[in-house]
Design a protein around this ligand. Structure first.
Ligand SMILES: Cc1cc2nc3c(=O)[nH]c(=O)nc-3n(C[C@H](O)[C@H](O)[C@H](O)COP(=O)(O)OP(=O)(O)OC[C@H]3O[C@@H](n4cnc5c(N)ncnc54)[C@H](O)[C@@H]3O)c2cc1C
Ligand SMILES: *[C@@H]1O[C@H](CO)[C@@H](O)[C@H](O)[C@H]1NC(C)=O
Ligand SMILES: *[C@@H]1O[C@H](CO)[C@@H](O)[C@H](O)[C@H]1NC(C)=O
Ligand SMILES: *[C@@H]1O[C@H](CO)[C@@H](O)[C@H](O)[C@H]1NC(C)=O
Ligand SMILES: *[C@@H]1O[C@H](CO)[C@@H](O)[C@H](O)[C@H]1NC(C)=O
Ligand SMILES: *[C@@H]1O[C@H](CO)[C@@H](O)[C@H](O)[C@H]1NC(C)=O
Ligand SMILES: *[C@@H]1O[C@H](CO)[C@@H](O)[C@H](O)[C@H]1NC(C)=O
Ligand SMILES: *[C@@H]1O[C@H](CO)[C@@H](O)[C@H](O)[C@H]1NC(C)=O
Length: 528
């Protein structure tokens, strides 16, 4: 007991000196090179994959005079942010996304892109996060003031967390206060987040209410996720400064709010955009230059591979098989494959959107997180978020609700079975839907299994954006949310940041001034 009290005192003492950590700028490595390719020089870049990572690389390069071609397997661009026009019998056509997303304070590269595309007005602030639990009272979590006052505020407002439990859990604070991105994976990638919480004596209520909910947004199996990865999430989304957990959402579909303006800008810069184009394998010259892809005769100067894990693995595997008898090429490819082949996927998930004939009462939150109601993780009231759904709801008195169903464990089921399977759980969340007998007018289901796994012991194999160069493929670059970065980043921000890194490697090799990156501090608030 004495030891625990002393440690709390120590932590509070340290925290009193805690400083918010401003983001850090990574300046161009070649500041005196010209801002764009000199007139008369033509350079062709092929970008594989039209998700956020690929679109980010394409934007930087096209703005600097490159001839960029983007090839995307799906019929729509945007990757996991994609939006499709969906026809619902009897209701009309609606924009439906892959699933609800939120943008956070530390999304510095994404904010820069938003500003340049002039789409900031398509976002609005999402103030407090509402949670309900099975074994606790509902929580409304918002952060005010600098760390650690924001943390103490949340604990003191909580109807669930007992101060004594917070004190007993104080042994976890040094790992947060003295977070160090440069060593955290060495220390904690070999244990799960749950093992870390046990080791640090984090009390169950604090873990269930403050820590575990953050974990479900990774779509990963909570019992397997790496402690290091989760501590990095805490740094990125909570610890660096008082605003770190502030979120924003779009007021139109992602297609209208983000992707169309982005694609329009790329078209204006003469980027060739090919959707519905599945890349099969790379073509590589006898000198080890990657020249493009096997369905296209054009020879490119550089290739950015910005596909998801499944796409990257299948393209590399096919390339390796094809060049099997050319050691000069396969030596490099095998080195690359040795890391890429180790990457794994998170469990399958579904996103269900339902059009109802009635609306939930006005006191229900726009977005509700339900970390203990597996398989439902989140319910978003789209008619309160996006204009199109809002207009429809105002006209008809109906509502549009989206249910995120992570860790789908009910196997292959048809879309019309999904609602029946989750109904008992939804009844616990919003009984009103059943008591007032809401009718379903239409629905749409997205089913996927391609989200990156961040389970323990993967970081040592995770390649970074310049790893192909290290393998002897100097004009191939990687981008995507599954790569390793030299600074804390995750999800959409990691996708756009690695896209910019890939562009920067190309700019440096062609002696064009690189683009700066603004990144989250690697050090926790307790480190001066
Ligand atoms: C339900 C859900 C909710 C999420 N919520 C959030 C959130 O709130 N905040 C947040 O920051 N992030 C969130 N994310 C994560 C975010 O969507 C991703 O991190 C990000 O979009 C990944 O971008 P990417 O470009 O790296 O990969 P992807 O979006 O996967 O793009 C890769 C692209 O490569 C294409 N491709 C694959 N194979 C080939 C091939 N052979 N040829 C050509 N193209 C190919 C794919 O079709 C795809 O378009 C969420 C994700 C999901 C699924
Ligand atoms: C994800 O995986 C599904 C199949 O599981 C696939 O159809 C889809 O194209 C993949 N990519 C994206 C961005 O969803
Ligand atoms: C994890 O790695 C650390 C540091 O290398 C080591 O001290 C610890 O024993 C390892 N833990 C497990 C469970 O392997
Ligand atoms: C995609 O391409 C295939 C053939 O490559 C074609 O049959 C299909 O109609 C195309 N789909 C779209 C949406 O363009
Ligand atoms: C790699 O390709 C071979 C055939 O060339 C196939 O048998 C194997 O399943 C593929 N592996 C992956 C991970 O795609
Ligand atoms: C729908 O009605 C609400 C409440 O009156 C209003 O705030 C909102 O702007 C309306 N939506 C649209 C698209 O007109
Ligand atoms: C509104 O819905 C919530 C959640 O279902 C419920 O707890 C609350 O009692 C309802 N309020 C009214 C006024 O119906
Ligand atoms: C990738 O990792 C290598 C080896 O650790 C390092 O030298 C290189 O700078 C890293 N690249 C990026 C873009 O971080």
């Amino acid at each position: 007991m004495i030891i625990r009290e002393c440690s709390l005192a120590l932590v509070l003492l340290v925290s009193a000196w805690a400083f918010p950590k401003p983001p850090r700028t990574i300046p161009p490595a070649n500041p005196s090179d010209p801002d764009r390719l000199p007139d008369g020089i033509q350079k062709r870049v092929l970008v594989l994959g039209g998700g956020l990572a690929g679109l980010s690389a394409a934007l930087e390069l096209a703005e600097r005079g490159y001839d960029v071609t983007v090839k995307e397997k799906s019929d729509v661009f945007g990757g996991k942010l994609f939006t499709r026009r969906v026809d619902l019998p009897g209701l009309g056509a609606f924009d439906v996304e892959h699933g609800f997303h939120a943008w956070f304070f530390n999304y510095h590269q994404f904010k820069d892109i938003r500003r340049r595309l002039k789409i900031d007005n398509n976002f609005r602030v999402w103030k407090a996060v509402h949670y309900i639990f099975l074994d606790y009272k509902p929580e409304t979590i918002y952060s005010e003031g600098p760390y650690p006052l924001n943390l103490l505020g949340i604990i003191s407002r909580s109807p669930n967390i007992k101060l004594t439990d917070a004190i007993l859990s104080s042994l976890m604070l040094p790992d947060l206060d003295f977070f160090d991105y440069d060593t955290v994976y060495q220390k904690y990638d070999n244990i799960t987040f749950d093992q870390w919480a046990t080791m640090r004596g984090v009390q169950r209520d604090l873990n269930d209410i403050l820590l575990r909910p953050a974990l479900s947004v990774t779509l990963n199996e909570p019992r397997a996720i790496s402690a290091a990865e989760m501590l990095m999430y805490m740094q990125l989304y909570f610890l660096t400064n008082a605003e770190a957990d502030h979120r924003e959402v779009t007021i139109y579909s992602f297609g209208k709010a983000i992707l169309q303006p982005w694609l329009d800008r790329l078209s204006e810069l003469h980027v060739e955009l090919h959707s519905n184009y599945s890349v099969e394998r790379l073509t590589i010259s006898d000198q080890g230059q990657v020249t493009g892809d096997s369905k296209d005769a054009v020879v490119y100067d550089h290739v950015v591979s910005a596909m998801d894990i499944v796409g990257t693995q299948s393209v590399l595997n096919a390339t390796l098989s094809y060049y099997g008898n050319k050691p000069i090429i396969t030596d490099s490819l095998s080195k690359l494959w040795s890391k890429v082949s180790r990457m794994k996927l998170a469990p399958p998930y579904k996103v269900l959107r339902v059009w109802f004939d009635k609306q939930l009462n006005a006191s229900t939150p726009d977005i509700l997180e339900t970390p203990q109601h597996t398989p439902v993780n989140l319910v978003a009231q789209y008619h309160r978020l996006e204009q199109e759904a809002s207009a429809w709801a105002n006209k008809t008195g109906g509502s549009v609700l989206e249910f995120h169903l992570y860790k789908w464990a009910h196997g292959d089921v048809t879309d019309d079975q999904v609602w029946t399977i989750i109904s008992p759980t939804v009844k616990l969340i919003y009984p009103e839907i059943f008591e007032r007998m809401f009718n379903i007018l239409g629905y749409h289901v997205n089913s996927f299994e391609n989200f990156s796994s961040f389970e323990l012991n993967l970081q040592m194999f995770r390649p970074n954006s310049s790893f192909p160069m290290e393998c002897g493929l100097p004009n191939l670059h990687l981008a995507g949310d599954w790569l390793k970065t030299a600074y804390p980043s995750a999800l959409m921000e990691r996708a756009v940041s690695t896209g910019r890194e890939a562009a920067n490697q190309i700019l440096l090799s062609d002696r064009v001034k690189q683009v700066e990156l603004i990144v989250t501090s690697s050090k926790g608030p307790g480190i001066l």
